[in-house]
Design a protein around this ligand. Structure first.
Ligand code: ADP
Ligand code: MG
Length: 265
C-alpha cells in the first residue's frame, strides 16, 4: 500500500515542552486512520506537521494534496456558506466553480444553506461547512482535528457517512477525536498518542481484545472469563451434556474506550 502520509521519527518542541518525541506513522491510500489521545498528547501538533505523497512538508505539492480542518477554526460571520467556499476555492486555486461548491455543501448536509450567513449557523453546521472547505480541490489526504466535537448525533452520522463515502472515492483521512465509539466504527486503523509518543496501534478489532463468553441459561446468565470464539462449541456442548438449556451465547470484547484508558496513563 502506497503511503499518502508518511511521518518518520518526528520530534517537535515548544520551548521546554516536547510535544512529539519520535512519532512514526503512515496513512495509506484510501485508508481512514483515527488518532486518539488525552488533551496535550500532541494530536494537533501532529496533524499540522506532515510529509505527504512523497513530497516534503511545506512544499507546494504537499500542500496541494492536503485538505485541513483546524481544531479551532473561525469563518467570518458575515459570509454566507457559499462565500466561505468561494474564498477557499480562490485560496486553494480550485477551478471547480459552482458545481464543486454545490456538491460539497450537499455532501455535508448543507445543500439548502448555501445563502445562510455563518453567524446564524450552529457550531455543528459551521463544523460541517469546515469539512466542506477542507474538501475543496479533492485533496488526496484529509486532516481533521476534532471535526465532530460540536456535532449532535445526526450531524455525527452525516460526517460518518461522509467519511465512508470518501474512503470509497480513495481519499486518505487522519482523524483526531475523543469520540471513541465513532472511531471504533468507522476507522480502518487507530493510533493512540500519549505525551508525544504512540502507545498503541492497530485495527479496532485488534485493540479491542476478547474478554470472555456470556451464556444465557434457564438457570441464569453465566460468564466464562477469558474464553474466546474457539471455546464456544465446547462450552455449549458441556452445558448441554450437564442438562442445561442454552438460550443465547455472546462473545464479550473490551471496548476501545476500555483499551484507551488502559494504555493512557
Ligand atoms: N504553540 C504552542 N506553544 C507552546 N506549547 C504548545 C503550543 N502548541 C501546543 N503546545 C503544547 O504541546 C503539547 C501538545 O499539544 P497539542 O498538539 O495541542 O495536543 P492535543 O491536540 O493532543 O491536545 C501540549 O503540552 C501543549 O501545551
Ligand atoms: Mg488538539
Amino acid at each position: 500500500m502506497a503511503a499518502v502520509l508518511s511521518v518518520s521519527s518526528l520530534h517537535k518542541r515548544y520551548g521546554a515542552t516536547a510535544a512529539l518525541s519520535g512519532v512514526t506513522l503512515e496513512v495509506g491510500e484510501a485508508e481512514l486512520v483515527g488518532l486518539l489521545g488525552p488533551n496535550g498528547a500532541g494530536k494537533s501538533t501532529l496533524t499540522g506537521t506532515v510529509t505527504v505523497c512523497g513530497a516534503p512538508a511545506g512544499s507546494d505539492t504537499a500542500r496541494r494534496s492536503i485538505g485541513y480542518l483546524a481544531e479551532l477554526f473561525r469563518f467570518p460571520g458575515w459570509c454566507t456558506a457559499d462565500e466561505v467556499l468561494v474564498l477557499h476555492q480562490r485560496l486553494a486555486g480550485s477551478s471547480g466553480g459552482d458545481a464543486e461548491r454545490r456538491e460539497l455543501l450537499e455532501l455535508v448536509g448543507l445543500g439548502r444553506e448555501a445563502r445562510r450567513r455563518v453567524d446564524t449557523m450552529s457550531k455543528g453546521m459551521q463544523q460541517r461547512l469546515g469539512i466542506a472547505q477542507a474538501l475543496i480541490g479533492s485533496p488526496k489526504l484529509l486532516l481533521l482535528d476534532e471535526p465532530t466535537s460540536a456535532l449532535d448525533p445526526a450531524g455525527r452520522r452525516t460526517v460518518r457517512e461522509l467519511l465512508e463515502e470518501l474512503r470509497r472515492r480513495g481519499t486518505s483521512v487522519l482523524l483526531n477525536t475523543h469520540l471513541l465509539s465513532e472511531v471504533e466504527h468507522v476507522c480502518d486503523r487507530v493510533l493512540i498518542l500519549d505525551r508525544g509518543a504512540i502507545v498503541a496501534a492497530g485495527a479496532p478489532a485488534e485493540l479491542t481484545r476478547a474478554r470472555g463468553v456470556q451464556v444465557e441459561l434457564a438457570s441464569g446468565t453465566r460468564v466464562f472469563d477469558g474464553a474466546a470464539r474457539e471455546d464456544v462449541p465446547r462450552i455449549v456442548s458441556d452445558l448441554v451434556a450437564a442438562g442445561e438449556q442454552v438460550y443465547s451465547v455472546q462473545l464479550l470484547r473490551s471496548t476501545l474506550e476500555e483499551r484507551y484508558l488502559e494504555v493512557v496513563a
